[in-house]
Design a protein around this ligand. Structure first.
Ligand code: I6G
Length: 680
């Protein structure tokens, strides 16, 4: 790029970043995702590094946040500047920062790793132990006085719990005001019911809730607070380490995040970050990264700060889970029960490491409340769930002339009317013969948790049904080599693999077959209860509604649904085909196995030599245990196979959960007590 072009690009970037600063910090209504914002800042920083002559004093790379909104809130000059943090966008960048710290400091370096809570940075001041003031970060020098609003947050104490010489005459605490996810969902539910615009995420709703003129509104929003740093301090005990400062905050009765860890090596910093990247959605609040800080305050002083950020701290930012893109159209898909689900067709966009083109819009009400329209720029999110969802429109980018979207009145696949019952949020295609429903029933039958037929996904099912080879799940077992090889995209090996997978599925437990049949209200748990109570599919098919309901754990809703399912001739015909094919109808005989693991939660990770993952889980359940996907405080044991990943092992070590190898697992199954234990 010619130098004049580069200067022009830097100017353009500065303008864009300032615009987005105002939207984020002042209006609580960002137009782009954090990751897209970070990318603009990075581009500007790269230009300024290559051309220091283009750096301006007011460049967003040199300043913090946005000017405070002093029309609503009084300005507060911070006693010490409220800086922001430099970012690392990969583990490599984080390690490079850590190595720089180790090089610049004489002697060993200890680090403190803290979760980066996605909320609003706050300065809270106590004088002689009493709450006196709260201020937002603003531009880092002047913030907004939100004392009355922050006073309503139960987690912020009115009085510090320190006494005598430990009580500083002035203690300024830095921290994050945030909205717990449960409170956010509750708030949006109430707003939806009242026809109000939904908040896009907990951060925006925390910021909006703090920026209320009436503190009673803030009080109703269930905000919370974590203290993470001592700012100004006068009097009290002498502090030498950040970890001591955190102890002081804790002793003072301030909430300090319980996941904070002091670590002695960069390897442990790396482990902490990787662990939380995997477990970020296990928390009741959103985090967008990990902040790593040098622990020793004398070492911090040696390192100093830039104009904007301390050199002794860095924010490792998780890869983005949100992005903005254009909504091309809204379509409706038909599920196996006939449920019609609206979904968004998007201009492809990268989110959480994959390209997203489709995102769910859940149901008619969600589309209406979010008011997303074809042509809108929308925020797309791929949080805990694998299914991406549309968060909402970016209203400032809405093209003129768009119209609200209306739910169709007929099924897009079979043309039958779509019906929404009074008081229900879902809409259904009522034609049981609808080809869309049929295909999804077969996909469900073959899915994991049901008959687990590898290779029988949506595309193959559609090929089989449109070629007239399969009309229901019973027909899957009549498929022969000649049928499948004739289909587009199949070769010798893929046909054999599919037929082998179909053959293997015949031996699945009865509970999996019950799940696969797709009986309304019968999920994994209900299927297991039915399978062990009746022991054979024929006994379930024959059972009266009363005897079904009388079985422990079944209840009237499942009983009625099972009865209704098997009273239909077409479902009995499917059972007959499955019987002819030799599919297992026999349930487990649970009483024969000693319940050695009753109530115990056992997580399995990595590859075991003697068990597939499904078999290990089955073995645990057959002995009365459960097998959740992730390690938590409630986990009794982590069973780690050969190639077990580090994150689950790290989490188990953090929580003191015993780790067993395969031999230990065998002993555990047999006796309820692990034999040879220890990580592989
Ligand atoms: O913005 C921040 C978020 C979290 C921080 C921070 C933090 O620690 C957990 N720490 C510092 C020192 C600063 N900003 C400047």
């Amino acid at each position: 790029m010619a130098s004049s072009d580069t200067a022009a690009r830097a100017g353009e970037l500065r303008q864009q970043i300032e615009h987005h600063n105002v939207r984020y910090h002042q209006l609580d209504d960002p137009e782009i995702s954090d990751a897209e914002y970070d990318a603009l800042v990075r581009e500007l920083r790269a230009i300024e590094e290559a051309h220091p002559e283009f750096v301006t004093a007011d460049s967003p790379t040199q300043t913090v946040g946005a000017a405070p909104d002093t029309s609503t809130f009084a300005p507060v000059r911070h006693r010490q500047p409220m800086m922001s943090l430099d970012n690392a966008f990969s583990f490599e960048e984080l390690q490079a920062w850590g190595k720089r710290m180790e090089r610049h400091i004489s002697g060993a370096v200890d680090f403190v790793c803290e979760l980066k809570i996605d909320g609003v940075a706050m300065s809270v001041t106590y004088e002689n132990g009493l709450y006196t003031r709260a201020a937002t970060r603003g531009d880092g020098v002047v913030g907004e006085d939100v004392t009355a609003n922050v006073a309503t947050i139960a987690a912020v104490p009115e009085r510090l719990a320190l006494k005598g010489s430990r009580l500083p005459s002035v203690l300024e605490v830095r921290g994050e005001v945030y909205m717990p996810l449960s409170a956010f969902e509750h708030l949006n539910q109430k707003r939806g019911e009242a026809g109000l615009r939904l908040f896009a995420n907990p951060r925006n709703s925390a910021a909006g809730s703090l920026r209320q003129k009436d503190p009673k509104i803030t009080a109703s929003r269930e905000l919370s607070f974590f203290a993470y740093q001592v700012g100004e301090i006068e009097g009290g005990s002498q502090l030498h380490h950040h970890s001591e400062a955190l102890d002081l905050l804790r002793d003072a009765g301030l909430p300090v995040n319980p996941e904070i860890r002091a670590v002695g090596s960069l390897e442990d910093v790396d482990g902490f970050c990787r662990n939380w990247l995997e477990h970020r959605h296990d928390l009741n609040y959103e985090i967008d990264g990990v902040v790593v800080k040098v622990d020793d305050l004398a070492q911090r002083a040696e390192l100093g700060t830039t104009s904007k950020a301390p050199r002794w701290a860095i924010a490792y930012k998780f890869p983005p889970e949100e992005a903005t893109t254009v909504l091309k159209d809204i379509m409706v898909s038909i599920g196996r029960t006939g449920k019609a689900t609206p979904f968004a067709m998007l201009e492809p966009v990268r989110v959480s490491g994959s390209t997203v083109q489709l995102a769910t819009l859940h149901n008619e009400d969600q589309v209406r409340v979010k008011d997303v329209r074809p042509g809108d720029t929308v925020t797309v999110r791929k949080a805990g769930d694998v299914i991406p969802e549309v968060v909402g429109p970016v209203l400032s980018k809405r093209p003129v002339g768009t119209e609200p979207w209306n739910f169709p009145s007929s099924c897009p696949i079979c043309g039958s009317p779509l019906v929404r019952l009074e008081g229900e949020s879902d809409t259904f295609c009522t034609n049981a013969e609808c080809p869309g429903q049929r295909d999804q029933r077969i996909v469900h039958f073959a899915s994991r948790g049901a008959m687990d037929i590898d290779g029988l996904g949506e595309r193959t099912v559609m090929l089989l049904t449109t070629n007239g080879l399969v009309a229901d799940v019973g027909d899957i077992y009549s498929l022969g080599y000649a049928d499948v090889i004739a289909l587009e995209g199949f070769a010798d090996i893929s046909v054999r693999n599919l037929l082998d997978a179909i053959e293997r599925s015949k031996q699945r437990p009865l509970a999996n077959l019950l799940v696969g049949l797709g009986i309304r209200h019968v999920g994994g748990r209900g299927a297991e209860v039915l399978a062990s109570a009746f022991g054979h599919l024929d006994d379930i098919v024959k059972a009266s509604e009363d005897s079904l309901a009388a079985a422990e754990g079944v209840g009237p809703v499942i009983a009625a649904s099972v009865r209704q399912f098997f009273s239909l001739e077409r479902n009995r015909a499917v059972v007959a085909k499955l019987r002819t094919a030799g599919v297992n109808f026999q349930g487990p005989a649970p009483s024969q196995l000693e319940q050695t693991l009753a109530g115990a939660a056992i997580v399995v990770t990595g590859t075991l030599r003697g068990y597939s993952r499904a078999e290990a889980v089955e073995a645990i359940k057959a002995r009365g245990g459960t097998s959740p996907a992730s390690v938590s405080k409630k986990t009794a044991y982590l069973v780690a196979g050969d190639d077990a990943g580090g994150a689950k092992l790290t989490r188990a070590a953090d929580l003191g959960v015993p780790v067993l190898d395969e031999e230990g697992f065998r002993g555990l199954l047999a006796t309820g007590i692990p034999t040879g234990s220890g990580a592989p």
